[in-house]
Design a protein around this ligand. Structure first.
Ligand SMILES: *Cc1c(COP(=O)(O)O)cnc(C)c1O
Length: 366
């Protein structure tokens, strides 16, 4: 799968009908999550013959797709999620965007899509954020959420990797993920459904994984829970992750443990950043298998003192309850635990430029 020799630059073709300033300010005052989109989007097209081309930042607009487009039939699609953060001096930064570029390339390989070069990924994000800088909110835990994605656009109903693909990045201003402050979430243990199987697509960030998680998520809501937790597909015993977040267990000696990457767990950038930040803070960190029995017994014996979930959108979120057919397990008395809070603060301080970036993780966009 060849790439073009010329670098993709995503030059701006500005919108002639941007959202009026008053309306934009109204939106930014209370953006919620994923409801509003900016004036522009980044786009590039790939064909088997010409590689990547037609790159630009263009006015945000609906797509025209042939009804036979492969993505609509065979779900040949991948995506990413990252944020642009406004710092105190007004500058705008991304957190480890190279890691998103690398993960998009890994997802592309698994879904038989073309890889987008890292430089092109970074240029698409940078150019879009520059064009829509006025949409980056200021204050609190607000950010501009960026959603790069790739879809198979070739009109062909035969089953094979598409020979025509589109890459896009859209942007959506985001307030604090949790509007009513940080409340522990409750989790339903999915025992009838799994998210991902060995050899499947669980380690790729693809829409199909999410489609498969919606019914169990609906079951979680019916059980009065916020999120669903999946076990491994082979033994129904090993804790994997939530529908869209990784999990951490805090132990009474202050160490933190997260399920080891199994091939069916999505490798979160928040997850890997926490492994590093916790080690920097002198904490013992471990990646290993954790059984559902160990979770239950650990909470009952007091060996597990806190449980939290992590991901770009919600950062670090305490888990307050685990609900399953066996009953209910309560963690930490409805409050965020001390270790969870300190890890959350360390990550946010880095992302918002309040702490020194010792790993070179921040990339200035504007
Ligand atoms: C995106 C995602 C995560 C979190 O990844 P981050 O890079 O930390 O945002 C975790 N699990 C699943 C299934 C995901 O899709």
């Amino acid at each position: 799968m060849s790439a073009t020799s010329t670098a993709l630059e995503f030059a701006l073709r500005p919108s002639t009908t941007p959202v009026a300033q008053v309306r934009r300010e109204e939106i930014l005052a209370s953006p919620g999550f994923g409801n509003h989109f900016t004036d522009h989007m980044a786009t590039a097209t790939w064909t088997a013959d010409a590689g990547w081309h037609d790159d630009a930042v263009v006015p945000y607009a609906p797509l025209t797709l042939d009804p036979a487009a492969a993505v609509l039939h065979y779900a040949q699609e991948i995506f990413e999620g990252l944020k642009a953060y406004r710092h105190g001096d007004g500058s705008v930064w991304a957190f480890r965007p190279e890691a998103n570029a690398a993960r998009l390339a890994r997802s592309a390989r698994r879904l038989a899509l073309p890889e987008l070069p890292e430089a092109a990924f970074l240029a698409s994000v940078e150019q879009l954020v520059r064009a829509d800088e006025a949409w980056v909110p200021t204050g609190g835990e607000s950010s501009l959420y960026l959603r790069p994605f790739m879809i198979a656009t070739e009109a062909f109903l035969g089953v094979r990797p598409a020979r025509e693909v589109r890459y896009l990045v859209i942007a959506s201003p985001a307030g604090s993920y949790f509007s009513g402050g940080l409340k522990p979430v409750s989790i339903w243990l999915s025992e009838d459904y799994t998210r991902a199987a060995p050899g499947g697509t669980g380690a790729a960030k693809c829409g199909g994984n999410y489609a498969a998680s919606l019914l169990p998520q609906q079951e979680a809501v019916a059980q009065g829970c916020d999120q669903v937790c999946f076990l491994d597909a082979a033994e129904h015993r090993w804790v994997e992750e939530l529908g869209g977040m990784n999990l951490y267990f805090v132990h009474d000696d202050g160490s933190i443990v997260t399920p080891a990457l199994s091939g069916s767990i999505l490798e979160g950038i928040t997850r890997s950043s926490i492994l590093q930040l916790a080690a920097d803070a002198g904490r013992k960190v471990e990646e290993r298998r954790i059984g559902i029995d160990e979770w239950r017994e650990g909470v009952q014996s007091g060996r597990i003192t806190e449980v939290f979930a992590c991901g770009t959108a919600a950062v670090v979120t305490p888990v307050g309850r685990l609900v399953s057919r066996e009953g209910e397990l309560v963690h930490g008395g409805g409050e965020i635990g001390e270790v969870t809070q300190s890890i959350r603060t360390a990550l946010l301080d880095l992302q918002y430029g309040r702490a020194e970036d010792t790993h070179g993780w921040m990339r200035r966009l504007v």
